[in-house]
Design a protein around this ligand. Structure first.
Ligand code: URA
Ligand code: CA
Length: 441
């Protein structure tokens, strides 16, 4: 077998066999297939696409390139959740204790933020002392005992994906549905959960800009998961505006605490209930999503979910007292407001721009090893579809110094388009995809 022939076959629109895909991926990891050959193949895939079988084989080959996590020592059906990435997406911080409080084991492997999206690990480090590195045995023991543990994702999971993603990033081949679907699913499958609930974001803050693309990506990921023996459900959710109000690490932790305390932004709470109820259904803990949702609401109202969060933080060495005194979480020294320059309706919000402005304030990192400032960020108060008065506060910036604040102020101001007509933003939950098919709401 030669890489040349496989590149040519794909370039001509052919379907590769399982053996051919394994040859490419294992060769790429070992160095027998060169970067330039893999890049040419990825570009051929970008133009020609892949069959459902090819995507499943590619996913499997990437899973096989590294370690897989064995969660069989954890009792019950383990459900994982994945978001394709958005701005101010605080759901994991709420969902993890919420679902665990319902008795569903949540063995969460999380990443750090890169670019304009934040990482759960960074957010949790807002609690001084919180340990994101647990020995595998400790991780499993904690999940069995408390139903919940969060650890950093090992680079040994699906290393072929790590290498290929880096290559795609510099060869204009990231935005290919089969390559994204296999990339996400290889990491999730290697992480060992029995079932998966996917949150596929759509809109100007997401990878997928159109509903059709988002449904196609969700369909592909559901098909891969089900083909490889994992119950997989996807919700398509709005990212034409940030989720909740807070964008930035400690600000998002405060927002999560608010939701767990029965307050907080309605959209964040709603999304957590919808994703959480699917997780309960997938875990076999509730018969129907509507019933599961009712139960989760009770766990929020009774304080059980908040108590579970307190437990998670203290079991992993963090200062759980901050949950009752969130004003003592990392706090930026300076604040600045962004005000409406005219009255009207917010007709568009450049969500990616909000993420970029938060990055400029220091809330994210451009390179993998950079430190981040947990305290800084943006509170997004006005969203698309909302009516605003002249001079109304649209957003509040939390910053470290005058220079970055001034820059972010201009950036955030420019993210808002205010017009004379009322627009209807995307519904928070745009649809659902499962093995039974696609529903659009
Ligand atoms: N996230 C991933 O993990 N992989 C992709 O290809 C795109 C987004
Ligand atoms: Ca948020």
């Amino acid at each position: 077998m030669r890489a040349y022939d496989l590149i040519l076959k794909k370039r001509m629109g052919g379907e590769l066999t399982e053996q051919e895909i394994q040859f490419l991926i294992s060769g790429y990891v070992s160095g027998a297939v060169a970067d330039y050959q893999m890049a040419a193949w990825a570009m051929a895939v970008w133009f020609r696409g892949m069959s459902a079988r090819e995507v499943a084989w590619l996913t499997q080959a990437m899973v096989a390139s590294g370690d897989t996590v064995d969660l069989s020592a954890i009792d019950g059906i383990k459900v994982d959740k994945h978001s394709t990435g958005g701005v101010g997406d605080t759901t994991t911080l709420v969902l993890a204790p919420l679902v665990a409080a319902a008795g569903v084991p949540f063995a969460k492997m999380s990443g750090r933020g890169l670019g304009h999206t934040g990482g759960t690990l960074d957010k949790l480090e807002s609690f001084p002392g919180f340990q994101v590195e647990l020995e595998p045995k400790q991780f499993i023991d904690n999940v069995n005992r408390y139903k919940l543990a969060v650890v950093g994702q090992s680079a040994r999971l699906a290393p072929a994906d790590g290498k290929l993603y880096g290559l795609r990033d510099v060869t204009a081949t990231v935005d290919s549905l089969p390559l994204i679907a296999s990339s996400v699913m290889s990491k999730k499958l290697a992480a060992g959960a029995d079932a998966l609930v996917l949150d596929v974001k759509v809109g100007n803050g997401a990878f997928m800009q159109s509903l059709d693309d988002a449904f196609a990506l969700a369909g592909m990921m559901v098909e891969i998961g089900e083909k490889l023996g994992r119950r997989t459900i996807a919700l398509i959710t709005a990212m034409d505006r940030p989720l909740g109000q807070a964008v930035g690490n400690a600000l998002e932790v405060k927002e999560a605490i608010a939701v767990l305390s029965g307050a907080g932004p309605e959209d964040l709470k709603e999304l957590c209930l919808e994703l959480g109820s699917r997780m309960l259904v997938a875990a076999g803990a509730g018969t129907e999503a509507a019933e599961a949702r009712f139960w989760l609401q009770e766990l929020l109202a009774s304080g059980a979910a908040l108590a579970k969060f307190r437990e998670l933080i203290s079991v992993q060495g963090g200062d759980a007292g901050l949950i009752d005194n969130p004003q003592n979480l990392p706090r930026a020294p300076l604040k600045r407001e962004v005000r409406a320059r005219q009255k009207g309706w917010v007709s568009e919000l450049d969500t990616r721009g909000i993420g970029a402005a938060a990055l400029g304030l220091g809330a994210g990192r451009v390179r993998k090893d950079e430190p981040i400032d947990l305290a800084v960020g943006i509170e997004v108060l006005a969203k698309p579809g909302q009516q605003v008065e002249l001079g109304q506060v649209l957003a509040v910036l939390h910053g470290r110094d005058e220079r970055t604040l001034a820059e972010a102020q201009t950036q955030v101001q420019d993210c808002y388009t205010i017009g004379p007509e009322r627009i209807t933003p995307l519904p928070l939950i745009c649809g659902e995809v499962s093995i039974d098919g696609e529903k659009r709401f």
